[in-house]
Design a protein around this ligand. Structure first.
Ligand SMILES: [Mg+2]
Length: 372
């Protein structure tokens, strides 16, 4: 038994690297108001987690995350055995509705404790890795053509073989951006697009067929789509495979999408689904439906990305080869909050090998970027 003695939440504010701030249909991403979580135990083992918060994404804020961890999750988890991750998850779910990124941070830290106690990486705790290296992509924001091309050039010069181009704003500019990136990249680089809910259904139905000429591998959440019929209209309009991202947070969301055959791919990652267990449930549901998943991202730092890597190495349904994952957040930030940088890129991301999540908090970085 490894008893939890405290769940600590530390707000941080980390800027994106100059020149790498990004832009989507949700707005610009300039800095990251996240929360680092530490789960302390009576054995002296401390687990770490990261809440990758974006109000426009999940409705969660950094102060809100700190408050609910202090007032709701810390009290129910004190005294619990960190080795019983399923029990801890029930306590978390029983204390708080929604708030997936906050829950994921706490669950992540509990997995880290459990893995460190067992002296095994989290992916071993989840049944063992299927892959050591995970193909990844870089994201080109929804900027004017010239800036988008310069960014794509930077990533290609660095050795990237897959790019995700953000769209979902002005359709003519969106098409011009994708066309320019394809022209620059040549035929061998994989390109996908992400609309972040930005287009209406009619605009998406008109615009996606125009992107087919640029060999777009995947169209991620072009529309808001709470309604499966909207996905159906889009599917009839284009041959580009469709991926749900903002439409799938909960297991019930995933159930609706797969049972109605609404999309070809589900974007999953620990934060969006309240933790590794929630993400695995959705991955397994996708398997049952005969579709695949791709690793999404909310621009995590080192701890959150480590959790993604353990999931990406483990879940059978995550097709990293066809749809390279978003193992990229630390590459966009000024600091990653961990002592040893993850091995990310240019073509693949490597799964950390140490016990637990395989990362340690850098206390100097934590002091420097602490936000209150
Ligand atoms: Mg997305």
């Amino acid at each position: 038994m490894v008893t939890i003695t405290q769940v600590e939440a530390i707000p941080i504010l980390v800027p994106l690297t100059t020149g790498l701030t990004t832009k989507t249909a949700h707005g610009e991403h300039i800095d990251s108001p996240y929360v680092v979580v530490r789960v302390h135990t009576d054995e002296g083992i401390t687990g770490v987690g990261e809440a990758t918060l974006a109000p426009r994404w999940s409705g969660e804020t950094s102060p809100g995350c700190v408050t609910v961890i202090r007032d709701l999750l810390d009290p129910v988890l004190r005294g619990a055995n960190a080795l019983d991750v399923n029990v801890c998850r029930q306590k978390i779910e029983g204390a708080l509705r929604l708030n997936p990124f906050t829950k994921a941070a706490v669950e992540m830290a509990i997995w880290d404790v459990a893995g460190k106690a067992a002296e095994r990486p989290v992916c071993r705790m989840l049944g063992g890795r299927l892959r050591d290296e995970l193909p990844m992509k870089m994201v080109v924001g929804a900027f004017p053509v010239e800036k988008a091309v310069a960014l794509a050039q930077r990533f290609l010069d660095g050795g990237s073989r897959h790019l995700k181009v953000k769209v979902g704003l002005d359709p003519a500019q969106d098409v011009a951006r994708v066309a320019a990136v394809r022209e620059l990249a040549g035929p061998d680089v994989g390109i996908s697009v992400d609309g972040n809910c930005g287009w209406s259904v009619p605009v998406a139905c008109r615009t996606l067929p125009l992107l087919e000429a640029f060999d777009v591998r995947l169209a991620e959440q072009p529309i808001r789509a709470n309604d499966v019929a909207d996905w159906g209209r889009l599917r009839a309009a284009t041959s580009i495979p469709l991926m749900a991202d903002e439409s799938v947070f909960s297991l019930a969301d995933a159930w609706r999408l797969v049972s109605d055959r609404a999309v070809d791919v589900l974007a999953i990652y620990p934060g969006k689904h309240g933790g590794l267990l929630g993400a695995l449930e959705i991955a397994n549901l996708a398997r049952a439906a005969g579709i695949v998943c791709s690793m999404g991202s909310n621009l995590e730092l080192g701890i959150g990305t480590a959790a993604m890597l353990h999931l990406g190495a483990t879940a059978e349904a995550i097709d990293n080869e066809t749809y390279p994952g978003d193992y990229l957040g630390p590459l966009y930030h000024e600091a990653n909050m961990i002592t040893e940088p993850l091995r990310l890129g240019p073509e693949t991301a490597k799964v950390p090998e140490g016990p637990g999540l395989g990362v340690e908090i850098d206390e100097d970085q934590l002091d420097r970027w602490r936000d209150g």
